[in-house]
Design a protein around this ligand. Structure first.
Ligand code: FAD
Length: 593
C-alpha cells in the first residue's frame, strides 16, 4: 500500500501566489481569511492521507458485491464515508442557506483533488452528490428543496446522476425511461445503466436524479424531463418511509474503480418508482447540464488527483530501487532509479504537467467564484464565459494527461509496475475511466469547437490569449527566461491561427460538421497545452521574483522553475505540433477503415 500526501505546498502556491486569493476579494467571502483556508486544506490533507488513502488498494481488491438486492461496498468504506460526513466535508462548497459551509469553489476544488488522490472510487460518491445538490438548488421547487437539500448537502444522503441507457450514451436524445403522472407525483418505468454509486451501504438514503419522458413528450431532446426519485420515500416531516420501486439489478465488472459500485438500476419493476418533477417539463437535459458542468470540472480535478498519487508512488519507488550504476563522471557507484536521467525525465514530466494542470483547474474554479459572486454584471458575465471555455479543457485535457501520467508511473516501476501487488497499476486502471464518463473527451472537444468557440466567434479565447501573450512578453523581458517567453508567444500565434481554421471550417455549410469533428481533439489538445504553459510561465515569473527577493523556500522555487522550463520548452512543442493536424484537409478521414 502506497501512502498519499496531499500536495499542500503546491496547492498553497497556486492559491496564494498565482491566484493571490482573488476569490477572497469578493464581498461574499469578506469574513474568510487565508489562514482559515490554510487550516481547511491542512485538515483535509490529513483526513485524505490518514483515513481515505489506506483503504484505496484494499477497495480495489475487494470491490463491491450485490447480495439480495443490497450492495456491499469494500471494508472500511462506509466508516470512512461517515467520518467524512461527520467532519462536515461534504458541504464545504455548498450554500450556507442549505447547511453548507459556503467556502469558495477554488477551495472546494483544491480539497476535492485530495479526496480523489486518496481514494478515487470512494470520492466519486460525494462528487455525484455535489452535482445533485447543484441541480436541485437551481431547478427544484421549494418543497423538494426543503425535503432533500439539507441531507444531500450534509452527505447523510447521497446523490446520483441517471442519464445512460443501453441505447442512449453520448446521444441522450433517445432516452426511453417513462414518467407517468400519478396524482401529486409521477411513476417511473425503465432501466438505467452504469449508474455510479446507484446503490450502496454508506448512507441511509439515495436521491436519484433521472432523465425520463412524459407520456405526451416530443421526440428528441425537447421531450426529456428531470425527476427526483428517492431510494426510500420521505414524508413531509422529512422522515424516511418505505423503499421506492427502484432496484439494483446488477453490478458492472470494470477495469478500475472497483470500490465504486456501478449499477444497472431498474425503475418501476413493480408498480412504478415514485418520482417528482425537477424544474420544467421538457427542460430536463438543460437542467441536467447544471449538474454535468459541475461534474465535468470535478472529473478534471479527479484526473489530477489520481495522477498525483501515481506520481508520488513512482517517485518513492525510484528512490528505493537499485539498478545499474551512475556514470563514472558522477560517482560510478550503484544507482537508484532516480539517478538515471531517463527516469528523471519521466518524473519531471509527470510533476511538471501536474503542476500546470492543477494551476489551470484552480484558475477555472476561481472564475466560477467570480461568475457567481462578483458585484458587477459585466465581471460575472466575463468570468462565466471563461468558465464555459475552460470546462471542456479542464475535463478532457486533464484526464487525457492523467492517463498518460499514470502510465508513466507504471513505466518507472518497470516490470513491477505491471504486477498488481505493487499497486501502481490500479492508478492507471482507475484513471482510464475519466476520459470516458461525464461526456467522453471526444464530446468535450466537440463542445469546444462547435459551441464554445462558435457562439462568440472565439472572443473569449482571444481575450485569454491576450493575457497569455502579455505573460510571454514579461518572460521575454527577463534575459534568463526570454527563450521560454518566445516559446509561449509561438504557442499563442499557433492558437490564433488554429482558431481561424476552426471558424473558417464552421462556415462551410455542407462539410462544416465533419471538418470540425476532424480537428476538434487536436484543437482541444493545442489549447490545453497553451493554457497550461501560460500558468507555468506565470509560475516562473513568481518563482524568479521569490528567489531574487531571497525567499527562504529556495528548493521549492527552483523546482518550480524546472517544472516551468519542462512545460514551456519540452512539452508545449508537442501541443503546438497539433497545428499540422488542425490545418490538414479533413478528407483524410474519408479513407477506408
Ligand atoms: C464506470 C462508469 C461509470 C459511469 N457513471 C455514470 C453515471 O453515474 N450516470 C450515467 O448516466 N452514466 C454513467 N456512465 C456512462 C457514461 O457517461 C457513458 O459511458 C459515456 O457518456 C459514453 O457513452 P457510451 O458508453 O454509450 O459510448 P458511445 O456514446 O457509444 O461512444 C463511443 C465512442 O464514440 C464517440 N461518439 C459517440 N457519439 C459521437 C458523436 N456524435 N460524434 C463523435 N463521436 C461520437 C464517443 O466519443 C466514444 O469515443 C458511466 C460509465 C462508466 C463506464
Amino acid at each position: 500500500m502506497s501512502p498519499y500526501a496531499a500536495p499542500l505546498r503546491d496547492i498553497r502556491f497556486v492559491l496564494d501566489t498565482l491566484l493571490e486569493h482573488r476569490s477572497l476579494a469578493l464581498p461574499q467571502y469578506q469574513d474568510l481569511s487565508p489562514d482559515v483556508i490554510d487550516a481547511v486544506l491542512e485538515e483535509a490533507g490529513r483526513v485524505a492521507g490518514d483515513v481515505w488513502a489506506p483503504l484505496n488498494q484494499d477497495g480495489d481488491r475487494h470491490g463491491c458485491r450485490l447480495e439480495g438486492g443490497e450492495v456491499l461496498t469494500p471494508p472500511g468504506f462506509a466508516e470512512a464515508y461517515r467520518a467524512f460526513v461527520e467532519g462536515g466535508w461534504n458541504g464545504i462548497g455548498s450554500d450556507p442557506e442549505h447547511g453548507g459551509q459556503g467556502l469558495p469553489e477554488v477551495v472546494a476544488s483544491a480539497v476535492q483533488e485530495m479526496w480523489q488522490g486518496a481514494n478515487m472510487a470512494l470520492a466519486l460518491c460525494p462528487l455525484l452528490t455535489a452535482g445533485a445538490v447543484e441541480a436541485l438548488a437551481q431547478h427544484g421547487d421549494e418543497a423538494l428543496k426543503a425535503r432533500y437539500l439539507e441531507k444531500l448537502v450534509s452527505g447523510e444522503w447521497t446523490g446520483t446522476m441517471n442519464l445512460t441507457e443501453p441505447q442512449a450514451g453520448s446521444d441522450l436524445s433517445v432516452v426511453r425511461t417513462r414518467a407517468v403522472p400519478d396524482g401529486a407525483h409521477y411513476r417511473l418505468h425503465g432501466q438505467k445503466i452504469f449508474i455510479t454509486w446507484g446503490e450502496h451501504d454508506c448512507a441511509e438514503n439515495i436521491v436519484h436524479l433521472v432523465l425520463a419522458r412524459l407520456p405526451d413528450a416530443a421526440e428528441g431532446n425537447q421531450g426529456i424531463s428531470l425527476f427526483l426519485v428517492p431510494k426510500r420515500l420521505v414524508d413531509a416531516q422529512g422522515r424516511l418511509g418505505e423503499r421506492n420501486d427502484v432496484n439494483c439489478v446488477s453490478l458492472e465488472h470494470k477495469l478500475g474503480i472497483h470500490g465504486s459500485p456501478t449499477c444497472m438500476l431498474g425503475f418501476g419493476e413493480r408498480d412504478g418508482a415514485i418520482g417528482y418533477l425537477v424544474g420544467e417539463p421538457g427542460r430536463g437535459l438543460a437542467h441536467m447540464f447544471t449538474m454535468m458542468n459541475a461534474a465535468r470540472h470535478k472529473v478534471g480535478i479527479q484526473g489530477i488527483g489520481v495522477a498525483e498519487r501515481a506520481y508520488q508512488q513512482a517517485l518513492a519507488y525510484a528512490r528505493e530501487r537499485v539498478q545499474g550504476r551512475v556514470p563514472k563522471s558522477r560517482s560510478g557507484g550503484p544507482a537508484t532509479l532516480i539517478e538515471h536521467y531517463d527516469v528523471r525525465r519521466m518524473l519531471l514530466s509527470m510533476r511538471a504537467r501536474l503542476e500546470a494542470l492543477r494551476a489551470l483547474a484552480l484558475l477555472s474554479a476561481s472564475e466560477m467564484d467570480i461568475a457567481r459572486h462578483a458585484e458587477s454584471t459585466e465581471a460575472r458575465e466575463r468570468a462565466q464565459q471563461r468558465v464555459d471555455l475552460y470546462t471542456p479543457i479542464v475535463k478532457a485535457f486533464s484526464t487525457d494527461q492523467a492517463v498518460d501520467i499514470a502510465s508513466l508511473a507504471v513505466q518507472v516501476h518497470g516490470g513491477m509496475g505491471y504486477i498488481e501487488e505493487t499497486g501502481v497499476a490500479q492508478h492507471l486502471r482507475d484513471a482510464r475511466i475519466a476520459p470516458i464518463y461525464e461526456g467522453t473527451n471526444g464530446i468535450q472537444a466537440l463542445d469546444l469547437v462547435t459551441r464554445k468557440l462558435q457562439r462568440d466567434r472565439g472572443a473569449a479565447l482571444n481575450s485569454v490569449l491576450d493575457e497569455v501573450a502579455a505573460c510571454a512578453a514579461s518572460l521575454a523581458d527577463d534575459p534568463e527566461l526570454a527563450a521560454w517567453g518566445r516559446a509561449l508567444r509561438d504557442g499563442v500565434d499557433d492558437t490564433r491561427r488554429a482558431l481561424d481554421v476552426v471558424l473558417e471550417r464552421a462556415a462551410d455549410a455542407e462539410k462544416g460538421h465533419d471538418a470540425l469533428q476532424a480537428l476538434a481533439t487536436p484543437m482541444l489538445d493545442l489549447v490545453g497545452h497553451v493554457l497550461c504553459a501560460w500558468q507555468m510561465g506565470r509560475a516562473a515569473l513568481r518563482a524568479r521574483a521569490a528567489l531574487q527577493d531571497g525567499h527562504e523556500d529556495t528548493a521549492f522555487y527552483r523546482a518550480k522553475l524546472a517544472s516551468a522550463e519542462f512545460v514551456l520548452c519540452h512539452w508545449l512543442p508537442r501541443g503546438r505540433a497539433q497545428l499540422a493536424a488542425i490545418e490538414a484537409a479533413p478528407a483524410l478521414f474519408d479513407a477506408p477503415l
